[in-house]
Design a protein around this ligand. Sequence first.
Ligand SMILES: Cc1cc2nc3c(=O)[nH]c(=O)nc-3n(C[C@H](O)[C@H](O)[C@H](O)COP(=O)(O)OP(=O)(O)OC[C@H]3O[C@@H](n4cnc5c(N)ncnc54)[C@H](O)[C@@H]3O)c2cc1C
Length: 323
Amino acid sequence: MRSKLEWRQARVAAVCEVAADVRQIDFAVEGFVPRFDPGSHVNFQTEISGAPVTRTYSCVPTPHAGQIRVAVKLHEKSRGGSRFMWGLAPGDAVTMSLPENRFELSWRAPYYLLLAGGIGITPIYGMALTLKERGIPFRLVYGARSKALMAYADNLATELGDAVVLRDGEKDEFIDIAGEIAALPENGELYVCGPIPMLNAVKAAWEDAGRPLGRLRYEVFGDSGAFAEEAFEVTVANRNMTVAVRPDQSLLEALMGAGIDMIYDCQRGECGLCAVEVIERTGEIDHRDVFFSAEEKAQGKRMCACVSRLASGSATIDIGYRP
Ligand SMILES: Cc1cc2nc3c(=O)[nH]c(=O)nc-3n(C[C@H](O)[C@H](O)[C@H](O)COP(=O)(O)OP(=O)(O)OC[C@H]3O[C@@H](n4cnc5c(N)ncnc54)[C@H](O)[C@@H]3O)c2cc1C
């Protein structure tokens, strides 16, 4: 059960590299493409091991009307999504959705702080350009392990001037999250996209600074965890069933594959709709969501079935629970 997407046919118009591990791909989409706001993303249909899957990519600014531009990082452990995108060449046909947006700017704040880590720049780039166009004050701080891995670093410096600060990990430069939050004017809003440890650090610093949670917005790509993916098993208490979860499957996919109806939506650990209660377990939970607080994660009593998994072992879960 999730919101309806409008699928379209599209052709690859152009491909180029925008960082050592990031490829920009332009798509000419059939039919009229409605205007969309920064923070929007599109979905692509592909296959992994013969089974249909969807992969999601944020829309980055493009000067070509009617086209959609994405930038894709080649994932080291890709099961197929980013490898499929990297295999695309001009003229290739794809099935993709029209943009949808779950990471919208509020437009109500007097000042915006934008933080991006690595490929997390993709939704943030359009936000920064739009804020600049509208004359709304903002600061963008963009960090990565090295300058070579920073997609659009040069464009941003040219287009945004002093409003952007780059933090190059190779030069031991890191984003001073607490310092950036302290410097953000009252009523300012923070938008962040990056790896899970960065998002967790931002959430913790925001709370420590006593800032209202409604003024912090983030997007997760749901593609990283603390442990490598291993097989594990769950016994579903209220169904009396045991389900094996393969390393290349999420818990949500395995439960649904076993015929269990699940309520879910975002599939990236943000909305919490698919959260299950963990009654007992032998393995550690690899929490890959940003829905639960650090305290809830440490308690280990609930987990988001769409992205989080057991590092190994088995658990008894209750899917009847909804937060
Ligand atoms: C809203 C949104 C916007 C996004 N925007 C972008 C973007 O602009 N650019 C971009 O490059 N990516 C973006 N992504 C991420 C993208 O959708 C894919 O997740 C990414 O390309 C990896 O896909 P893959 O199939 O190559 O890798 P996967 O096979 O999905 O593997 C990637 C990682 O997922 C983990 N993983 C592997 N198996 C499992 C499993 N069974 N369960 C859980 N985790 C597992 C591993 O840590 C692995 O390293 C976005 C995601 C979302 C949700």
